[in-house]
Ligand binder design. Structure first.
Ligand code: FAD
Length: 307
């Protein structure tokens, strides 16, 4: 079964997890009755696992995918920066040997201090072409799409042209970058279709649960627009002096965290409604290696069939 078989017939629903750094974290995620088992009780069509750009966490990434594939389709994220063609070939063969035949083909964010891509391939377009040349149709290939334009793109039009090139080179479907600006998303969806991009669009959603994580995700790399309604939730629950400090002097830290989370969950559910009304092909929830809040969002948003 391929994710494409599902997307051909109906909307997909999936989760994303990341490889924990510690053994305790790995046990919590992959152990018996752990987060992956819990997430799989919601019957997602697939679970993807992130990959440290430059290959920093490859071992743990494969371990997590070994666990995922016992229950559902496993999709590995994979970045080409800092890697030779030979290294990429070997790693991808290793995924196939482990029964992982779905990948999200990415360039990768340059780690802090890097000045170039440091490998044989420089863009996701090249990676897609290389994978098809080397492995034919053995992999189902997803690629990233940025509704607001990738932070380094020279224009949205150029970014869309490169997305079309990923399709021309053999990519199967799109997984989108975080985007809270729904007008921009609708504009982008129309624009990619006008550009001849027919790949299904699986929309990435980060649950809004934590103030610092939300601001960090939006602004540390991606330059995402935050709509006024989301800014209001942040401002009304601002933890003083700011949500990034370890020991805030705010007298109501716990109360504000709780009310931020409640408002953020409601915001996330409404956003999923809006996306689904746009004619997208799937919702991909960043599970953040958590279960309860993510399951609540998935259930309330109606992503889970109870039958
Ligand atoms: P590309 O598509 O290669 O684009 C990068 C930039 O180059 C863009 O500005 C584009 O316009 C431009 N460009 C593209 N092709 C060409 C070309 N042929 N010539 C000139 N310019 C070109 N990062 C990780 O390290 N690990 C992860 O697990 C991970 N998961 C992600 C999951 C999703 C759903 C998304 C959307 C992103 C993820 N990222 C991850 C981040 C991603 O690696 C970064 O956004 C990275 O900076 C760009 O990757 P890309 O594949 O979009 O790059």
């Amino acid at each position: 079964m391929s994710v494409m078989d599902i997307l051909d017939k109906r909307s997909a629903f999936s989760f994303e997890v990341f490889p924990p750094k510690t053994d305790v974290g790995m046990e919590k995620l992959c152990g018996e009755g752990g987060v992956i088992d819990q997430l799989c009780s919601l019957k997602p069509d697939y679970i993807s696992c992130t990959y440290g750009a430059g290959g920093t966490n490859v071992g743990k990434n494969v371990e997590v995918l070994d666990k995922i594939k016992q229950k559902t389709i496993g999709v590995t994220h994979f970045t080409c920066i800092g890697n030779t063609k030979e290294g990429i070939r070997e790693q991808l063969q290793n995924y196939l040997d482990h029964g992982i035949n779905h990948m999200l083909a990415l360039r990768g964010d340059l780690p802090f201090g890097w000045t170039g891509t440091g490998g044989d391939l420089h863009y996701a377009t090249e990676l897609v072409k290389f994978v098809r040349q080397e492995f034919g149709d053995k992999f189902t290939i997803a690629v990233a799409g940025s509704p607001e334009g990738h932070i380094a793109c020279r224009s949205l039009e150029a970014d869309i042209a490169f997305l079309k090139q990923k399709q021309d080179n053999g990519a199967d479907y799109i997984m989108t970058q975080l985007c809270w600006d729904m007008d921009q998303f609708r504009y982008w969806l129309d624009a990619i279709r006008a550009a001849g991009i027919w790949m299904p669009v699986d929309v990435g959603i980060m649950p809004i649960l934590d103030q610092a994580a939300t601001i960090n995700m939006a602004l540390s790399r991606n330059g995402c627009v935050m709509p006024r309604a989301l800014c209001e939730i942040i401002s009304k629950n601002w933890i003083f002096p700011n949500p990034f400090v370890k020991d805030p002097f705010d007298a109501d830290v716990e109360g504000k965290k709780a009310s931020f989370k409640a408002a953020g969950i409601e915001y996330t559910i409404n956003q999923i409604d809006e996306y689904r009304a746009c004619g997208i092909n799937g919702i991909h929830l960043y599970a953040l290696n958590k279960y309860e809040d993510v399951a609540y969002i998935a259930k309330e948003a109606g992503l889970i069939d109870n039958v």
